[in-house]
Write a protein that binds this ligand. Sequence first.
Ligand code: SOE
Length: 389
Amino acid sequence: MTEGSGGRIGVGMVGHAFMGAVHSHAWRSAHRFFDLPMVPHLAVLGGRDLARTKAAAAKYGWASVQTDWRELVASDDVQLVDICTPGDTHAEIAIAALAAGKHVLCEKPLANTVAEAEEMAAAAEQAAARGVRSMVAFNYRRVPAIAYARRLIEEGRLGTVRHVRAVYLQDWLSDEQAPMAWRLRKDKAGSGALGDLGAHIVDATQYLVGDLLTGVSAVTNTFVHKRPVEGGAPGELGDVTVDDAALFLGRFASGAVASYEATRFALGRKNAMRVEVNGSLGSLAFDFESMNELSFFDSSEGDSAGFRRILVTEPTHPYVGAWWPPGHLLGYEHTFTHEVVDLVRAIADGTDPRPSFADGLQVQRVLEAVERSAVQGSVWTDIQTGAAQ
Ligand code: SOE
């Protein structure tokens, strides 16, 4: 792989909505705070509508635009393709980019189906043999408090992990009149809250405890089946074809047990991505709405033990040294900057960054197992009679 000239790596990004905006910020800022072996160059922004793509490129700092992603992938100015489009396009773009020798960063979930994710992981493995790298954008791994929690767990500070408890709660669909969006269409998004939010907590918890889920038992529901079509005829409704909420139990290979809840109907919860891990020696708890903090209970402190708040803003905490003095807080956007930093360093070092497409495939398998379990039905027991329902 020949990187761009002058110590640069040319980036071509497809998509310029929410994820495109935050990825643009990451590409712009990474080398200004971290020592990078190559400076990202925001070479080409891809989008379907020329006028809107030009406006986004001007706003976010991209040098040129393309309305055909194939041209973007083929461009000599592009050494890395960043995919920020809905899930139905991930596989095609990623596989083409890897075949063209371009490194790939792909938004989560990796794909809409296990079959697509398998093809992507196979393409990534073949590309890696040629020095072409790929990464799936599970950004919550790069929250300093989560990376620090992983460090504590790896060091054995929790002892044997017994419980993992994770929820990801948002509320932007609580209003039944909230309009249809691509995230509510199975053909576009693959699944609903499950793939959008559940994928994050599956990845984050597996990363935290360094173990993989082996089985799940799930229930899902769709509360609102039809929603107004934005810009449609008065009264026109579209069909919601994904889950609104997904709840499941999980078993880890180690024997730890887990519970998960993903919903966009938790009124008042804006981005409550929360994880708690209980081990034989201690517990850790995290809530993204207070993302600079970690709660730690250390049973070795005897009768003075209690959950204490660690402000994860010390220069010795992961990623933090590159930013502000202690107590000067980081935000959502920094997690993407950290992602880009790790990716560019891995490309320069010739190592495979994580989470890999294989990691993304494994998460996809968990999501599919959740969907299958929800359809098959776990054994529900009637409270009055004790009979299987
Ligand atoms: C959904 O609302 C969403 O934008 C997710 O798609 C992102 O992955 C999450 O970080 C924030 O919420």
